[in-house]
Design a protein around this ligand. Structure first.
Ligand code: GLU
Length: 318
């Protein structure tokens, strides 16, 4: 019998914050409440944006929250040969073409395109090229996947998702001119290799899912089930970021906040507790359910962080 396998996939491009914690909690609880395993993958292929110590810090954050994982952590940057093999297969199938367009397009492809980074639709400037044309190019080029349709899919949280990739970015980069894989390719190859059957992540990545489904199909791989959860936002309604003040898990830890206090707040925000009372991750396993999680983003207010014991002057969320 095949076992359900979920995953936690932090990127060491910065510190993990309260928003990441809520998404990791959902991913972990969903897997654990179904008796599933959890894989930890450090998504460190955006080498130019990685921050020193951020990977170790992310692992400490997860341990602090009590979100454990099975087996050794997978380090994405060590899997380059597998990523290269997948690119070669896409080339063999003529599903990708070499693209010499703007450095920006190419540079931004390594990281998961969180909503505001989706960017404009690619106009198809290089789409006339064949794979073999790469040999004739005297400029750096990326590889773009040719989008012909947008697979609809059933999201465990959002229901039926039908997007139009032609309007949402069009042909997308799977390999960067810097000769490293883009997020969209690496995530599929690594999730498939790890036998991931359930992906839970923030809903700013919803538009990435049809792209990834195209890659699964092209490579003949079985896709996982997906659930995209609403984000945590600041009081201005925008995705939690530095501008909202310090909500880093490492800062909460250093300030002596108890993980149970934060978990209680997150559990309350997901409708699993009537009040934000301290609780451990393990104790939440039997309380987890998708049905009570609000469809709207969770607005994190400074008063909430004060209630969990984070009274730092820098905790103001605007
Ligand atoms: N590593 C990505 C991030 O932290 C998550 C990508 C995913 O879950 O597919 O933004």
């Amino acid at each position: 019998m095949s076992i359900l396998r979920g995953r936690l996939a932090p990127s060491p491009t910065g510190s993990q914050h309260v928003g990441n914690a809520r998404t990791y909690l959902l991913a972990w609880l969903s897997a654990r409440s179904q008796g599933g395993e959890v894989v930890l993958r450090m998504e460190d292929i955006d080498v130019w944006r990685n921050k020193p110590d951020a990977a170790a810090q992310a692992l400490d954050d997860l341990r602090w929250l009590g979100l454990d994982w099975d087996g050794e952590a997978v380090v994405q940057s060590t899997r380059l040969p597998e990523h290269e093999a997948a690119l070669a297969e896409l080339q063999r199938l003529e599903l990708v073409y070499p693209c010499t367009c703007s450095r920006n397009d190419i540079a931004s492809a390594a990281s998961a395109p969180h909503a505001e980074h989706e960017g404009p639709t690619y106009p198809g400037t290089c789409a006339h090229r064949k794979v073999a044309d790469a040999a004739t190019l005297d400029r750096p080029y990326s590889w773009r996947f040719r989008v012909t349709d947008t697979p609809a899919y059933f999201d465990r949280f959002q229901g039926l998702v039908e997007l139009d990739l032609q309007k949402l970015g069009g042909d997308f980069v799977v390999w960067r001119a810097a000769k490293v894989p883009a997020y969209q390719l690496a995530v599929v190859v690594d999730d498939a290799a790890a036998g991931i059957t359930e992906v839970v992540r923030g809903d700013d990545l919803t538009p990435s899912t049809p792209r990834q489904l195209l890659i699964y199909k092209a490579l003949g791989l079985a896709p996982p089930r997906f659930a995209h959860a609403p984000l945590v936002v600041g009081e201005n309604g925008q995705r939690l970021a530095k501008r909202h003040g310090d909500t880093r898990l490492s800062s909460l830890r250093e300030a002596g906040v108890k993980p149970e206090a934060l978990l209680g707040l997150l559990a309350w925000s997901c409708g699993w507790l009537p009040e934000a009372e301290p609780i451990s991750a393990k104790e939440l396993i039997p309380l987890f359910r998708w049905e009570s999680v609000p469809k709207e983003p969770f607005v994190l207010r400074s008063a909430m962080l004060e209630l969990v014991g984070f009274t730092s002057a820098s905790a103001a969320i605007s």
